[in-house]
Write a protein that binds this ligand. Structure first.
Ligand code: EPU
Length: 423
């Protein structure tokens, strides 16, 4: 049972766009509330390799100075490890008129094309070619041209990438059918605070008037919606009571609403949320959708919770083809759940018992942690590097809430593997 208070870090999916966007800025960007996770570390390393100066002021404040960066190919070995490296395409095209990167990596949820990113860059005047796993892009004359772009699919990545590329394009760019996630508003606010002219972020139409130059400044990243939601679900699943601090409750409404349907008490304050678990959880049905719908990045965590609820819950994944790999791991712990394509049916009322399981991806890893917290016996989770991509100090934060969780290193392992052990 989790009890106590937990402080939420800065939003991963905002940070991983803001770091590459700093490449557009001629001056020092001081960024506060930067989460210390492996995805942001990786992007900061990429920027450093490109010639940026990166200074840590304290554990959550950094300064990035890209004013001396000159064009070069992005470091491929690092680029292919993370999804958000695709923002370097927009940033390098916008700043240098040229980009050569690898296709992005990231969690495997089935096919994750970047055709809408390419459509956007092409509409802005770039010549883009994908060949042998590399993306080559350049624009004649070195500067992109504003235009109207209709996205065929609501895409967080394509919206943010086009936004980054367009801030210094010549003229006005309009992105229609844009994604509306809080991190899109955060990226636009960051760019505006550095001198960009972006309006309408948070709606499905974003208008960007290109400017000649961006200047340095200070910006604080919003709190992480998904990290907050993960602790909320963990509190509810364990029947605990947790005050989740440093959050924007409006960003969590879809998660709070679903938790209330399960019988969990959720009380909102100005910048915190109190979650009190119910003695019996009720079944709910969930369909993941783009914001303000229920986030796909909270689907596995809710899947773990619903194993414990009374009755049968149905989860429909509306974003990805294959985001239910974690269900077979939950079954190893005694869950009764079945997957058919994009639908999972979870028979509640399970008594989970600890088992060796895998973190199949970032949020699947969080789901296994939640299941482990609720299980009898010891749960050992492998492949925790996925979890480290998105949760700052996960182990310490959970321990401070009373969880019996620890990182176990295997010194004799040639891969230096670590697992999470939860009792
Ligand atoms: N899509 C296309 N073409 C494109 C782009 C996307 O068909 O050009 C499809 C995708 O295959 C997917 C859907 O559109 O079916 C939505 O994809 P989106 O582009 O919105 O996702 P993303 O940018 O690749 C970001 C987050 C994910 C999060 C999704 C949805 C980053 C680095 N990643 O991915 O975060 O699931 O948006 O909200 O911001 C996570 O944090 O665990 C995570 C996976």
């Amino acid at each position: 049972m989790l009890r106590g208070e937990v402080e939420i870090s800065g939003a991963k999916n905002a940070a991983v766009a803001i770091i590459p966007a700093a490449l557009m800025v001629d001056g020092v960007c001081r960024i506060e509330n930067m989460p210390q996770i492996s995805d942001t570390d990786m992007l900061l390393t990429i920027l450093s390799e490109l010639g940026a100066k990166v200074n840590y002021i304290n554990h959550s404040t950094i300064e990035i100075d890209c004013s001396k960066v000159r064009y070069q190919d992005a470091p491929y070995d690092l680029m292919r490890k993370i999804r958000a490296s695709y923002y370097l395409i927009g940033a390098m095209l916008g700043r240098f008129g040229s980009a050569k990167t690898t296709m992005p990596g990231g969690c495997n949820f089935g096919v994750r094309p970047i055709d809408q990113h390419i459509k956007g860059m092409t509409a802005l005047g770039a010549n883009v070619e994908v060949k042998n796993g590399f993306v080559y892009a350049d624009v004649a004359g070195g500067r992109l041209h504003g235009t109207r772009i209709y996205l065929d699919k609501v895409s967080v990545g394509a919206t943010m990438n086009i936004l980054i590329a367009a801030v210094m394009a010549q003229g006005r760019t309009i992105i229609e059918n844009a994604a509306r996630e809080p991190h899109i508003v955060d990226l636009a606010n960051f760019l505006n605070s550095m001198g960009a002219d972006v309006r309408g972020a948070g709606t499905d139409t974003i208008k960007i008037n290109g400017v000649e130059k961006l200047h340095g400044g200070t910006y604080a990243i919003i709190p992480d919606q998904i990290e907050a939601g993960t602790y909320m679900v963990a509190a509810a699943a364990t029947g605990g009571e947790v005050l989740v601090k440093n959050v924007i409750p409006r960003h969590l409404e879809c998660i709070s609403a679903k938790l209330r349907e399960t019988g969990t008490i959720v009380q909102e304050y100005e910048d915190s949320i109190l979650v009190k678990g119910a003695s019996t959880l009720r079944k709910v049905n969930i369909k993941t959708l783009p914001y303000p719908g229920f986030p796909t990045d909270m689907q596995p965590q809710m899947g773990a919770l619903l194993c414990l609820a009374e009755g049968t819950s149905v989860i429909t994944e509306g974003i990805y083809d294959n985001r239910f790999k974690y269900v077979s791991e939950l079954r190893k712990m005694g869950a009764e759940a079945h997957v058919d394509g994009r639908v999972a049916v979870i028979e509640g009322g399970a008594k989970l018992s600890g088992a060796p399981v895998q973190a199949c991806d970032l949020r699947a890893g969080a789901a296994m942690v939640i299941a482990g917290l609720c299980a009898n016996g010891v749960t050992e989770i492998e492949d925790i590097h996925y979890i480290e991509r998105g949760y700052e100090n996960f182990v310490d934060k959970l321990r401070s809430l009373g969880a019996d969780i620890r990182l176990v290193s295997f010194e004799d392992s040639c891969s230096g593997a670590e697992i999470l052990s939860i009792s």
